[in-house]
Every structure is written in structure tokens, then in C-alpha cells.
Design a protein around this ligand. Sequence first.
Ligand SMILES: Cc1ncc(COP(=O)(O)O)c(C=O)c1O
Length: 359
Amino acid sequence: MPIPLSRPPIDDEIKGAVLAAIDSRQYILGPQCRAFEEEFARYNGAKHAVLTSSATSALWMTLKAFGVKSGDEVLVPSHTAFPTVEAICFAGAVPIFVDVDDSYTVDVRDAAVKATPRTVGFVPVHLYGHPADLPAIQRLCAERSLWLMEDCAQAHGAAWQGRKVGSFGRAGAFSFYPSKNLTVMGDGGLLVTDDDDVAARCRRIRDHGRLNKDVHAEIGFNLRFNDIQAAVGRVLLRRLDAMNDHRRALAARYVTGLAGLPLLLPTERPGARHVYHLFVVRTPRRGELARFLKDKGIATGIHYPVPCHKQPAVEHLSAPALERTERIVTEILTLPISAGHTEAEVDEVVAAVRQFFGG
Ligand SMILES: Cc1ncc(COP(=O)(O)O)c(C=O)c1O
């Protein structure tokens, strides 16, 4: 049987929740959406959660609500999914690309060097499910008077010293895309914040800038969410910790099984709870290994082959080179992992990788 990169859960409880939401005849920002927002906010230790159409929308709305204006600079790791950067650009700001450290998350020392008097904020990314260096990020933000917005699109349930990511800055954004640790079986996103004004402004922006049914206070957009998908999110939120525990167990199995090979394995920063959205290894023989695994029916991925600062869409910014980012993107390879994978599948991948390296 082929082994996919990720396998979202599908079962009768989820199907039942979808059918009940259909029967309710309330489809947009209705009771399922309100309950999902309340439950997610409680789960994450936040005062507010605001559902929207994607993490890209959540990031963009929040930056608008922060009052980001044209020409403002925002620190962001280049090694992330392009939407992190796109949201910053779409809000009118200029992304200042920062290198990564050995954990693949933002190098805070490089961020300190790159910040200028025009820099207003920092968007670190908890990439692959691993919390970025939050204490160092918070220190830098305090020293330079920057707001902090966490991109938690890949890190639902990840934590630093027991506290969930998304709660360390002014806001945090999550994605519910099908492969994510928590999905709604389609696109979807959410932001968490303790700031009443940011939450209220985002609720307004996501619904055409509406104050009430008939009055539009500002130009917003349609970035609303729907009850059918919220019903799925509620079922899966109840399972999130167990699903993350399963991912962590599979990751531990990979680490044990792949030990001793000429392959760099992911690590967990002391104090961090990594939720292994992706299991990323590093080898200069990445292309050969990917082809070898593909021939055995094992899917792999590259997250991400083209760093954001080198994307044609932001060529005009003439961003300076980022040494570590540019090196790692030629070596990283994502192996299959998700709450839907079995230990036997991980063992099969481990055996194939060992065979490739002749060990
Ligand atoms: C780190 C990161 N940020 C932002 C996004 C954007 O998420 P969405 O697809 O929900 O807009 C993604 C999704 O790929 C992501 O991985």
C-alpha cells in the first residue's frame, strides 16, 4: 500500500457532525462557528478566537487591525510557507527576511541585526510544529517596541513551558488546511488574541466592515467561516491532544529507527512541545533518497524548496542572501507523518531509508 505524506481522519463522528450542521439550516457564522471559537479560545488560553477563511486571511486581518501601514517593516523568517510573507505584503508592509537557526525556526540574533527604526513588528513561524525561540523573540520585541504576531499555522497544540503557542504575543494565527494538525476538511483559519479591540476589528473586517446588518464602518471583505466546517473542527479539537501525542510517538519512532544514519534528524528545544506537523530530515542526497522512496510507494515532500526571499513575487525587494536558509532548502526532505499514520507505516519508511543508506 502506498504511504501518503499525510492522512486526514474520516469517520462516522465527523460525518454525523457535518450532517447535523446541514440539517440546522444555519450555515455562516452560526452556532457551530460560535461554539468552535469559544472552545478553541479556551483550549489555547486566549480571551478571543476569530474564525476566518484561512490562516492567510487571519494574518492579514490581524495586521490590518494592528494598524500596519504602507512602508512599515515586519521581521519574518524567509524559511516559511509563502502565505506568511504574502499577508505582510498584502497589508502594505515590507517583509524583512530573517535567517533560520538549527531548529528551522527564526534566528533571533539575525532578526536583531535586521531590525531598523522603521520595523514595527515580528511574525515568527512555529515551523513544522516546533515552537520558535519565544523568550528571545519576546525580549527582542520588548527592547525594540515591536508587536509580536505568531504564525501557528503548523503548530496547533505546540507549547513552550506548558503554554500554548499563539499566546505569547498580541495575536496568533492558525490554519485548518487538510494536512494540518487540526483540520476542518477544507480551507479555514482562526486568530487568537487577548486584545478586545483587535478581536472586534477582525470580526468587522471579515464581514465587509459591518458594524451591524446595515452599517459598514470600513472597507472589509468576505472572509467569513461556515458552520459545516466548524462542526468538523469541533470534533477534531476534542481529539487534538491525542492526535498530537500520536504524531509525537511516530516522531520518536523515526528518531530511534533512523539513528546512526548520515541523516540530520529534527530535535526538540528543551522546554518546547513539538507537535510534528512535518517530520523533516536533512541529507545532501535528498533527491536520490526521494526517488528511492517514491519507487517504493512512499511519498515525500520539500517544505520549502524556494525560500520566500527568492520568490519572483518579491524580487523587487532585492533581499540580501540568507546563508543558512539557502543551504538547508537544498537538503531538507519531509517524511510521512500525521495522526492517521500507523507505527507499521513508519517502520516501513524507516526500513526503506536504512536500505537506501545501506544500513
Ligand atoms: C506556516 C504557514 N503560514 C501560513 C499558511 C497559510 O495557511 P492557509 O492555507 O490556511 O491560508 C500556511 C499554510 O500552508 C503555513 O504553513
